[in-house]
Ligand binder design. Structure first.
Ligand code: NAD
Ligand code: UGA
Length: 433
């Protein structure tokens, strides 16, 4: 199949590379010439395990090309996939400007029948809007479809090649047949539905996963007060197949480019039809508060933070990615600085991205994990990178000026901590002195 993918970010690039790996001919388009240049030179503009090798292999095989020219990309395409960003507007609504611009560009470049589908996460009704924009600029026949994406950063290639399900929202047999044929090698679990339901499935899935996280974080907060251990509680709950074990890891709240924006966008979508989505509003509020549990624990352990040096391990919103969009570390570090402390920060991959998003003279940027810990009054672990989970607690204890470890991701086990001499503040588990 001949495919054009518009937008070569996390979703567009991973999808494009994986469709090429299935034997299709894929053109990836991006309006950012620097990104296209990097990709043409065999580089990868994001950190995503496994993606680099796959991209080079398929480019060398002549199945994958990168361009800034949408006309060149779609001239032979049977399928055009829109994968541009839908970032949040200040009020929480999804910003449709990139989708609409892409639809206009596609409309102007159309040269025959194609299926145009939207992989970006978009409010219900957007595919119809895309159809209207294209139809206002191109009078020939075409079909549209919704193809929501469910990959996670850090495991994006694995998720794309082994999806739990493929959702196709279509109002034509041509579109549903084409997308079914494309995804058949990946899974049997292909659900064809109407376009509006497909758009809703994406928001509902992310909102539900975010709800699980906020739920377990609230249980963790109660566990701290009643002396229970949330990791035991989650294990016990997760064995019930109706509940499921995943997304029950208590921590410092969800971050990233999706859950924060998609939960707020769904609240707006509901609001637009005069529905007050109370449950999801609480999920967002709980998530916001959870980040500050790290600050509360710093207070409990150190008293005033003024003049204190605080080591931060982890800036990315989760391990195995360099993405820092809506990372909990952003607000935690800002608050630490407001309270008069000096953060010494380290992340194995995301330092540069974080610094380009937030820089402050009070921050000391470290080149190793232990450099951040040296002479600090506390260590806060905010992202569960393997490098941190394998660290020696004895070494940490010896390097800290005060032996305080705030573990925002529950990565250390209690027996290990007991002999370390550290005051250990996990999430939803008993504090150890
Ligand atoms: P991103 O910001 O990483 O990438 C978007 C890319 O589109 C950028 O490279 C930008 O330059 C390019 N672009 C914008 N307008 C363009 C145009 N008119 N022509 C060509 N290129 C254009 O975004 P992302 O993280 O890949 O997310 C894309 C969409 O997929 C969003 O709606 C997001 O919610 C959704 N999504 C993201 C993930 C994820 O893990 N990141 C997972 C599932 C769904
Ligand atoms: C999430 C969804 O998992 C994907 O299915 C979806 O496609 C994507 O959003 C999207 O729409 O963009 P992603 O944000 O990459 O993927 O990462 P997740 O693994 O879901 O983690 C999101 C956040 O939740 C992270 O900050 C993580 O630390 C946190 N989390 C996750 C928890 O705090 N506890 C958990 O049990 C799981």
């Amino acid at each position: 199949m001949n495919i054009a993918v518009i937008g070569t970010g996390y979703v567009g690039l991973v999808s494009g590379v994986c469709y090429a790996e299935l034997g299709n001919r894929v053109y990836c388009v991006d309006k950012d010439p620097a990104k296209v240049e990097t990709l043409r030179a065999g580089g990868i503009p994001i950190y995503e395990p496994g993606l680099g090798d796959l991209s080079i292999r398929n480019a060398e095989a002549g199945r994958l090309s990168f361009t800034t020219d949408i006309s060149e990309a779609i001239i032979e395409a049977e399928l055009v996939i829109i994968a541009v960003g839908t970032p949040p507007l200040p009020g929480g609504e999804a910003d449709m400007r990139y989708i609409e611009a892409a639809a206009r560009e596609i409309g102007d470049a159309m040269n025959g029948y194609k299926v145009v589908c939207v992989k970006s996460t978009v409010p219900v009704g957007t595919n119809e809007r895309v159809k209207a924009i294209i139809a206002s600029r191109y009078t020939g026949a075409f079909d549209i479809a919704s193809l929501p994406e469910f990959l996670r950063e850090g495991t994006a290639v694995q998720d794309t090649m082994n999806p739990d399900r493929i959702i196709i929202g279509a109002d034509s047999v041509q579109a549903s047949d084409l997308l079914t044929e494309l995804h058949r090698p990946l899974t049997e679990q292909i659900i064809v539905t109407d376009i509006r339901s497909a758009e809703m499935i994406k928001y509902a899935s992310n909102a539900f996963l975010a709800t699980k996280i906020s739920f377990i974080n609230e249980i963790a907060n109660i566990c701290e007060k009643v002396g229970a251990d949330v990791t035991e509680v989650a294990k016990g709950m997760g064995l019930d197949k109706r509940i499921g074990a995943s997304f029950l890891k208590a921590g410092i709240g969800y971050g990233g480019s999706c859950f924060p924006k998609d939960t707020k966008a769904l609240i707006q979508i509901a609001g637009n039809v005069e529905y007050d989505f109370k449950l999801l509003k609480s999920v967002v509020e709980v998530n916001q508060m959870q980040r500050y549990s790290v600050i509360d624990k710093l207070y409990q352990s150190l008293g005033s933070l003024s003049g204190k040096q605080i080591a931060i391990w982890g800036l990315a919103f989760k391990p195995e990615t360099d993405d820092v969009r809506e990372a909990p570390a952003l607000e935690i570090i800002e608050r630490i600085i407001e309270l008069g402390a000096r953060p010494k920060v380290y992340d194995p991959i995301a330092m540069e991205n974080f610094r380009s998003m937030y820089d402050h003279p009070a921050i000391e940027w470290c080149t190793t994990a232990m450099e951040a810990v040296q002479d600090s009054h506390a260590l806060c672990l905010l992202t569960e990178w393997k490098e941190f989970t394998e660290a020696s607690l004895q070494e940490i204890e010896a390097a800290l000026a005060e032996p305080v470890l705030i573990d925002g991701r529950n990565v250390f086990d209690m027996a290990q901590v007991r002999d370390s001499g550290l005051a250990y503040y996990p999430v939803g588990r008993p504090v150890q002195y």
